[in-house]
Write a protein that binds this ligand. Structure first.
Ligand code: NAD
Length: 512
């Protein structure tokens, strides 16, 4: 493990990324100022906070601490842009070309964006490069391509009248996003909201604000008119709260924890009843039946699902439900995967698991691991902090067996590399356990029987169910949850519903 810039590992790629990181920081190229009205600007108060890397605690730079006054200013710019039509009234084909250019610029800046993403939130550089940056660009490009192919409707009314059913932009969209996929979460909001003609005020997480700010620079460079997109770094209880309570924000697209999502609804009810779309937490079940055709493959998919992104994925399959008859075989294969995911230097091009986002998250994950041990689960692997000498926050891939559905590690979202194995005896019990949390984001099942697969998929209370695979993903397919995992859908044409209002226009048609 060599997370410090002064001790690059033998890999030349690793040395290269360390050199680039050092150059970026030494030259003071990290710009943490807000983006408002087409300008990079300090917070109105002049206050800042220090951005630090979870890789080794190194200082990344000063970040503007935006608060209520900045939100007021940003919303005023956004409203002005809506009212004068500089974006909202542009033909969809014109919006398309600008958004396409933006997506191209994101790809052109992939090395810089990937490096910032890794430094800011600790994920492996190989994933920032191969997953996060391309997915963000693809999302913007996809909505660009879609927006001049979406038609409105003429209702089947009686002769003598004509009723147009049209979609209009909602106006000013507030978007609040978390830190686990900063670029992708921002793109999932910005792509459809901007394509539909809205103005947006985006608040990235205080734990990973840097790439969202660069996205705003690139959007301006691509030709997005000033004032259409503002990015305000700051804390949730300050900038986030002010945005959620703002009387001139028409819709709030929130991704984050269920606790804060609940508060977003409260803010809307205490202010202007703005629409709130919540994309919240999860505790996804991954069920392996004894008739699964390849249980070893299922086990590998479960391990990759829970350990990818340090376990900091809303849809991570954190509960592995295994039929008692195949449990030992599945667990043995999961354990065989553990060495591959041992955390290492995120700037090493071979690393599969990096650092968790900060010390608070590290403490929270370790606290859950302690709770699992206290409540009687059997720790089979991991359970410890790693590489503390770097000053970074690393957790070893952790597997618990003998977990019962009532334990905290079976019910609460841990958001770290911790897998809870629960054994079951029959299908009904598996469904009951799978549905037995407040969450309903995703579920996965492995079975060789099509009847069972369809029956169980129907019974699972989740926004998405995977059958005999885990990681299929496409922009054409909606993503979101039920129950306390939220109500909105990101991705696909369905996401446009969140950012448009239905407008009906009745027209009297004179009889000949
Ligand atoms: P969080 O709820 O703590 O914070 C999310 C965002 O809300 C941040 O920008 C934060 O600053 C802001 N915020 C916090 N308090 C606020 C307040 N009082 N008012 C307004 N804004 C406030 O979540 P997190 O720790 O950043 O992210 C992890 C959570 O996000 C997990 O629960 C995860 O499952 C969820 N998540 C869900 C999805 C999905 O699509 N369903 C995707 C990614 C992450």
């Amino acid at each position: 493990m060599s997370a410090s810039a002064s001790s690059p590992s033998s890999s030349s790629d690793t040395g290269l990324w360390h050199e680039r990181a050092q150059a970026l920081l030494a030259e003071g190229l990290v710009d943490g100022r807000a983006s408002i009205g087409g300008q990079r600007t300090a917070a109105v108060s002049g206050e800042t906070f220090v951005g630090r890397s979870p890789i080794d605690g190194r200082r990344l730079g000063e970040v503007a601490r935006c608060q209520g006054a900045d939100v007021d200013l940003a919303v005023r710019h956004a409203r002005h842009a809506v009212d004068d039509g500089r974006w909202s009234a542009k033909a969809p084909a014109v919006r398309k070309r600008i958004l396409q250019r933006w997506a191209e610029l994101i790809v052109q800046h992939k090395d810089e964006l990937a490096l910032l993403e890794t430094l800011d939130m600790g994920k492996p550089i190989r994933h920032s490069l191969s997953v996060d940056v391309p997915a963000a660009a693809r999302c913007i490009a996809w909505y660009a391509e879609a927006i001049d192919k979406v038609y409105d409707q003429v209702a089947p009314t009686p002769a003598g009248s004509l009723a147009l059913v049209q979609r209009e932009p909602v106006g000013v969209v507030g978007a609040i996003v978390p830190w686990n996929y900063p670029l992708i979460m921002a793109a999932w909001k910005l792509g459809p909201a901007l394509a539909a003609g809205n103005s947006v005020v985006l608040k990235p997480s205080e734990k990973s604000p840097l790439t969202a700010l660069r996205l705003a620079d690139l959007a301006l460079k691509a030709g997005l008119p000033a004032g259409v997109l503002q990015v305000l770094p700051g804390f949730g209880h300050e900038a986030g709260e002010a945005l959620a309570l703002h009387m001139d924000v028409d819709a709030l697209a929130f991704t984050g924890s269920t606790r804060v999502g609940r508060h977003m609804l409260d803010c809307a009810s205490r202010s202007n009843l703005k629409r709130v779309y919540n994309e919240l937490g999860g505790k996804s079940a991954f069920i392996v039946f004894d008739d699964a055709e390849d249980v070893a493959r299922a086990a590998r998919a479960a391990a990759s699902g829970i350990f990818f992104n340090q376990g900091e994925s809303c849809n991570a399959p954190s509960r592995l439900l295994v039929h008692a008859a195949v449990a030992d075989e599945v667990i043995a294969e999961v354990l065989a995967q553990v060495p591959r995911y041992l955390p290492d230097d995120p700037l090493d091009a071979h690393t599969e698991m990096g650092a968790v986002v900060d010390e608070a998250q590290l403490r929270s994950v370790l606290g859950h691991i302690e709770a699992g041990q206290r409540e009687g689960a059997t720790l089979l692997a991991g359970g410890t902090r790693a590489h503390a000498e770097t000053g970074g926050f690393y957790v070893t891939p952790t597997v618990f067996d003998d977990v019962s559905p009532q334990m905290r590690i079976a019910l609460e979202e841990i958001f770290g590399p911790v897998l809870s194995v629960i054994r079951f005896q029959d299908e009904a019990e598996a469904i009951e356990i799978a549905n037995g949390t407040p969450y309903g984001l995703q579920a996965t099942l492995w079975s060789g029987q099509i009847d069972r697969a369809l029956r169980v998929a129907r019974a699972l209370k989740a926004g998405t169910v995977h059958v005999n695979q885990f990681d299929e993903d496409d922009m054409t397919v909606p993503f979101g949850g039920v129950k306390q995992s939220g109500n909105g859908r990101d991705k696909s044409l369905h996401a446009l519903d969140k950012y448009t209002e239905l407008k009906t226009t009745w027209i009297r048609v004179q009889a000949a």
